[in-house]
Design a protein around this ligand. Structure first.
Ligand code: BES
Ligand code: MN
Ligand code: ZN
Length: 496
């Protein structure tokens, strides 16, 4: 999809499939909508006077083949109460507009950008979010559908008309496209089945990104090289699988060479059967989504490279398949992590932390400004927060607050849980330096406690996306979260 900022002195001559006019509940016209009203012989004000459109948040009402103007359709788009408009509600309104544009098979939508928005959402941000949400909505999964191909979206072009022609606005529209595309990249990787999206598939996608962007260099370590690095914990997870584990490093240099990088770490379990601690059968298929952390890291790298963010970012992915077999790690086995700490594997289904801990040790070498890991780590996170908020735990409150803010800014929100010392004792083991599961509740927190013991050398935050990485029910599929949050976080950091 393409998007652009355009100017039109006479909006009645603008060619497009649908001219989208935003309205608050007060339904007042501005100069642009007044000229449309005039050209259409007051069709617009008559429609506004009817009960068909009240300007409610997300409401869309169609006026087909309007008189006197070149646009094929006018679409009235409700933004609700002016004083109540927030970043969250703007994003909801954008989703609803995107759904209507898709339903009506619009190819080119021109959205009037001259409406003055309240300061909470005004400025370039609103265009960034609008474009990224619309771009996101154009994704359809079809890769493994042979006969019933999903209908592809018709949306090809978005014009934002008569917004201020500023560098910030232009940049925001580019960012919106890049972020939307990054989100869809993450969704596609998440949706691919485990027999296609293997650890090697993830590394080939990461290599592809390295070829596509001059700013990204990709390096992949196989099991042999991981052995040399003594990543005994990571390796123990893939032991039962015929698929070789992969350790993927993507290095994006957008800032000065001397600038310390931000690090992203993605959990890339391409299928989590639970291993010898086998999961129950119901919904086990959903464990193909257990690499959504890795997918979000790849999507984010693609977006920031496209935006050419002036910042250095290293992304690493710990990829493995967790399967039972006679070679698989057994409950009670003790493994030695790269840090030297020994771990008693009490439950082979708590494998995410086992791959992440070695990645957290590995990234020490980059002397990072911040490290954020992203993982579908615990079912307990769904108990705690459901499907709306990503779980956030951190050893550094500034970093936590930066991420929370980025989540608010992008309407891809997280909620912080405590990482208090008191919980740490739940991870003790009689046979190793620590166990891989914590007794006594708070599963999301104890998982983060485990990770925190390996993230000792830098500000670190952990995002548990177990509840947010994919949607269930009718629209089942990967959500692409938290690509928007991560992009916003890195954009905010690059401005500092
Ligand atoms: N990938 C799962 C977590 C998960 C479960 C995410 C369901 C989304 C939906 C993770 O590897 C896991 O199995 N965690 C265990 C940990 C437990 C054994 C301590 C869990 O949450 O049950
Ligand atoms: Mn598991
Ligand atoms: Zn898992």
């Amino acid at each position: 999809m393409r998007a652009q900022l355009t100017h039109s002195d006479d909006i009645t001559t603008l060619l497009c499939d649908s001219l989208v006019i935003p309205f608050f509940k007060d339904l007042t016209l501005n100069a642009d909508s007044r000229s449309i009203n005039k050209a259409t012989g007051k069709q617009l004000s008559r429609l506004l006077a009817s009960d068909d459109f009240s300007g409610q948040l997300g409401q869309t009402t169609l006026l087909l083949l309007p008189n006197g103007i070149k646009a094929q359709r006018i679409l009235l788009w409700g933004l609700g109460d002016k004083d109540k408009l927030s970043r969250q509600s703007w994003s909801r309104a954008a989703d609803s507009l995107a759904a209507t544009l898709n339903q009506q098979k619009i190819k080119h939508a021109a959205i009037l950008g001259s409406l003055k928005l309240p300061s909470a959402v005004a400025s370039a941000w609103s265009f960034q979010q609008l474009v990224s949400r619309i771009n996101r909505s154009s994704y359809r999964y079809s890769t493994t559908k042979a006969s019933v191909k999903a209908k592809q979206s018709t949306l090809a072009k978005i014009s934002i008309v008569n917004a201020k022609n500023t560098t910030a606005n232009k940049r925001a529209i580019k960012a919106g496209i890049a972020i939307g595309k990054g989100i869809n990249t993450a969704r596609e990787l998440g949706n691919l089945p485990g027999n296609i999206c293997t650890p090697k598939y993830l590394s080939s996608e990461a290599r592809k990104l390295g070829r596509q962007h001059a700013g990204i260099k990709t390096t992949v370590l196989g099991e042999k090289q991981m052995k040399l690095l003594e990543m005994g914990s990571l390796l123990s997870v893939g032991h039962g699988s015929v698929e070789e584990s992969q350790f993927i490093i993507m290095n994006y240099q957008g800032g000065k060479k001397s600038q310390q990088p931000h690090v992203l770490v993605g959990k890339g379990i391409t299928f989590d059967s639970g291993g010898i601690s086998l999961k129950p059968g119901a919904k086990m298929d959903e464990m193909k989504f257990d690499m959504c952390g890795a997918a979000s890291v790849i999507g984010t790298m693609s977006a920031i490279a496209e935006m050419k963010l002036p910042i250095n970012v290293v992304a690493v992915i710990a990829a493995a398949e967790n399967m039972p077999s006679s070679r698989a790690t057994k409950p009670g086995d003790v493994v030695t992590s790269m840090s030297g700490k020994t771990i008693e594997v009490l439950n082979t289904d708590a494998e995410g932390r086992l791959v992440l801990c070695d990645a957290l040790t590995y990234v020490e070498r980059f002397k990072p400004v911040s490290v954020v890991d992203i993982a579908t780590l615990t079912g307990a996170c769904i108990m705690a927060l459901g499907h709306h908020a990503t779980g956030l735990l951190s050893n550094n409150q500034d970093l936590a607050e930066n991420l929370l803010k980025a989540g608010q800014d992008s309407a891809d929100r997280a909620w912080q849980l405590p990482l208090w010392d008191e919980y740490q004792k739940q991870m003790e083991s009689p046979f190793a330096d620590l166990g891989n599961i914590g007794a006594g509740g708070a599963g999301t927190i104890t998982a983060a406690c485990f990770l925190s013991q390996f993230a000792t050398k830098y500000p670190w935050a952990h995002l548990d996306i177990a509840g947010t990485a994919w949607n269930q029910g009718g629209g089942k599929g990967a959500s692409g979260r938290p690509v928007a949050m991560l992009c916003q976080y890195l954009m905010n950091r690059s401005e500092q």
